[in-house]
Design a protein around this ligand. Sequence first.
Ligand SMILES: Cc1cc2nc3c(=O)[nH]c(=O)nc-3n(C[C@H](O)[C@H](O)[C@H](O)COP(=O)(O)OP(=O)(O)OC[C@H]3O[C@@H](n4cnc5c(N)ncnc54)[C@H](O)[C@@H]3O)c2cc1C
Length: 241
Amino acid sequence: MLTTNNPSAMITFSAPLLRSIPLTHDVTQFDFSLEGQSVEYKAGQFFMLQLEDAQGKASRAYSVSSAPSEKLFFSLCVKILPDGRASQFLANFKPGDSAKFMAPFGHFFMTDSKKDVAMIATGTGLAPFMSMLPTLFEQGFEGKIDLYFGVRHEADLFYVDELRAFEAAHPNFRAHVTLSQPPDSWTRLKGRVTDYLNELDYSNIQVYICGNGDMVKGVKDFMQEKGVTKEDLHWEQFTAL
Ligand SMILES: Cc1cc2nc3c(=O)[nH]c(=O)nc-3n(C[C@H](O)[C@H](O)[C@H](O)COP(=O)(O)OP(=O)(O)OC[C@H]3O[C@@H](n4cnc5c(N)ncnc54)[C@H](O)[C@@H]3O)c2cc1C
């Protein structure tokens, strides 16, 4: 069930699209204006897009991929499905077009734990981490932060320059980017994100997982076997399977 953690803070608002930025062949970043709005949300939470098309009304959840400290706009990072209602609705949006949202929703946000952080993402599951990472840096978080980001092909990669810039600016952050179907020329990490999780120190860790259902379930089971407690295990699942 999709729930808001603070019903009194939830609002419905219209936001004009500022710009859309293609990130890959099928992932686009949409920046919506927050001017004149005061939406309180935490890094990692999602907004519900309320859409209306020829089939009628529908709503879809999208994790915010910009930091809450950004007061002028918020970003979504959306996989555009050829037959997807909401993703096609967004793909046809032009700057100035307004979309309706309800926000904020979800319990996938950082606790105030000082333990080291492991973030595990596949595909657009990277979105909430692009909100959490700058927020942790702004807060001066001193523990180690390891992000594992997996996609299939090189052409599916996005935000890698941003992740490398975070690494350069914050010595406590490492991004481990892996391709499950790399080209012969690929010299970096290969395989699934789960192939690399044994290298973490499980004595002092909080874990955040986001992506498709199979990956989330697999990593959750793995973390439980490693002894990660319920309080230290957080996940957001984008698809039912
Ligand atoms: C809490 C939460 C946060 C989410 N955040 C994001 C986000 O940040 N970015 C994002 O892109 N999505 C996110 N999603 C998924 C999003 O809500 C939609 O389900 C997704 O965009 C598809 O909606 P649609 O209307 O375009 O497709 P639909 O019309 O609902 O589906 C079209 C077809 O595509 C299939 N399909 C649905 N999802 C996928 C998929 N991911 N890959 C392949 N096939 C699929 C369906 O089974 C169907 O056959 C999130 C979901 C949840 C629950």
